[in-house]
Design a protein around this ligand. Structure first.
Ligand code: SAH
Ligand code: SF4
Ligand code: F3S
Length: 459
């Protein structure tokens, strides 16, 4: 093997921003001769891009590291080095601890330092002997200013980070500590990256941020833009057919953004708007900075501008002090709103967050029971939502091969996953598909021939 060609394996946990970061790390390491591979076996460098949002993250990391140690030792026996790196939010939170507990880890670096990777790799290989590195700074300069233009293709549906960090400080959440304060990239840099992604084949762009609708960046001709203005500018790129954004905070759903859902055709009719709880008392203890009525008002406005919008949310059950009647309020909110999907979690105390000191704790069996009840309801709503599309013809953007051969995977405008038997080269195209089956998390369908499709298409 040519020694200038090195294998890089990146394993990613956590949110879509971590997935985006993993792509960018690969981009940055490519000029150094690293190309990505699917497993750690022959890797010259392994990066674990970690998530700290709920407990067990650290346990998971250490058991993964234990397995990788064997690969590393096998390679060392052959006289070769495998660089073992821990990145992401656990690295940020527990950098020194990781280096201390796992002597074979070469580098630990936080989410804001990826642009310094070439330097870190050079130090780790070390002309004067290898160095172990911990880099959990929040540099004054933005990592985005240093990332290379050259990017690997993300395929037909691509992520684009437009905003980092969070200033909201919900009492349960580690993100403000692991990702730092809110930062919005300038519009021009975002538009340049969007054009670049389309050159690499992207048809759909998902704008990402921990609080994406708090984005307020430098506009193209000066001034400050809001997210609606940015989406409008992105929609003017002809190759982009679909736009999405995630994750939003209810407090930042401003009128312009709500109006955009009625005005910008390329903006897909799907909104992920986490509410966490339906109880005013719990929302207050969570420091979400709004009550349940405010959430209903926002949803009502959104549905007025885009009646067919699919709604999704995140829920936490068993937050300290959540009584049975608080939980009933959450169930009531779900029953009233009707979601097309949702993520739900048992509350997990995170060290260093204010809620970690709150009482009374909710016993695990109660949390488990509440979670099951909530998920049952969400499942029913998801199936109801999906079933209404049976026999309808929908435009589907195909983005990748399916799990079984001969099958490909795509998404409807409402963000439903759909599997269809069709050739692989349909990936990257939008085709009319008749929905034949509906489950809670996906649909099945068949490609319509063009003549057949036109008069049956949903508006
Ligand atoms: N910025 C987003 C969410 C980021 S984290 C927002 O404000 O909505 C993704 C989800 O993880 C959260 O919405 C929440 O539901 C869940 N989560 C975060 N911290 C958690 C904790 N300590 N315990 C359980 N779930 C948590
Ligand atoms: Fe965490 Fe709250 Fe910020 Fe979301 S808004 S990232 S839940 S602190
Ligand atoms: Fe996890 Fe960090 Fe994302 S904690 S959810 S990877 S911002």
């Amino acid at each position: 093997m040519n020694k200038n060609n090195k294998n890089l394996f990146i394993k990613t946990w956590g949110c879509q921003m971590n997935a985006y970061d993993s792509h960018r790390m690969a981009d940055i390491l490519r000029p150094l001769g690293y190309s990505t591979v699917d497993g750690p076996e022959d890797a010259d460098m392994v990066v674990l891009n970690t998530c700290h949002i709920r407990e067990k993250a650290t346990d998971k990391l250490f058991s993964e590291l234990g397995r990788l140690r064997e690969h590393k030792e096998k390679k060392a026996a052959q006289g070769e080095k495998m660089i073992l790196a821990v990145a992401g939010c656990v690295a940020q939170a527990e950098g020194d601890e990781i280096l201390k507990r796992a002597r074979y880890v070469d580098m630990v670096f936080g989410p804001q330092t990826y642009h310094e990777l070439p330097e870190m790799v050079a130090k780790s290989i070390g002309a004067f002997g290898p160095a172990r590195i911990v880099n959990t700074e929040f540099p004054v300069e933005s990592k985005f200013d240093f990332l290379p233009d050259e990017q690997a293709t993300q395929g037909p549906s691509a992520f684009l980070s437009i905003q980092e960090g969070c200033d909201k400080f919900c009492t349960f959440c580690v993100v403000p500590y692991t990702r730092g304060g809110e930062f919005s990239r300038p519009a021009q840099a975002i538009l340049d990256e969007a054009k670049h992604l389309t050159d690499c084949g992207a048809k759909e762009i998902t704008l990402l941020g921990q609080n994406v609708n708090a984005w307020h960046g430098a506009g193209v001709a000066g001034g400050t833009w809001n997210l609606a203005q940015l989406i409008n500018a992105v929609s003017e790129i002809p190759e982009i057919k679909r736009i999405r954004y995630t994750t939003s905070h209810p407090r930042d759903m401003d009128d312009d953004l709500i109006a955009a859902h009625g005005e910008i055709e390329k903006l897909m009719p799907f909104l992920h708007l986490p509410v966490q709880s339906g109880s005013d008392m719990v929302l207050q203890k969570m420091n979400r900075k709004h009550g349940r009525d405010f959430y209903f008002e926002i949803i009502e406005k959104v549905r007025k501008t885009r009646p067919d919008i699919a709604l999704s949310s995140d829920f936490i059950v068993g937050f300290p002090g959540e009584s049975e009647s608080d939980f009933d309020q959450t169930i009531d909110l779900i029953e009233k709103i009707k979601f097309s999907s949702a993520y739900s979690f048992m509350y997990s105390a995170r060290p260093g967050t204010p809620a970690a000191n709150m009482a009374p704790l909710i016993p695990d069996p109660v949390k488990t029971e509440r979670l099951a009840r909530l998920q049952d309801l969400i499942n029913k709503q998801a199936i109801d939502f999906n079933r209404q599309f049976i026999d309808q013809t929908l435009p589907v953007l195909f983005d990748r091969k399916g799990r079984t051969s001969g099958q490909i995977h795509g998404r409807t405008p409402w963000n439903q996953a759909i599997h269809v038997c069709a050739p692989d080269d349909f990936c990257g195209t939008i085709k009319d598909v008749r929905v034949t089956e509906a489950f809670s998390v996906s649909l099945g369908g068949e490609i319509m021939d063009e003549a057949h499709a036109t008069d049956r298409k949903r508006a």
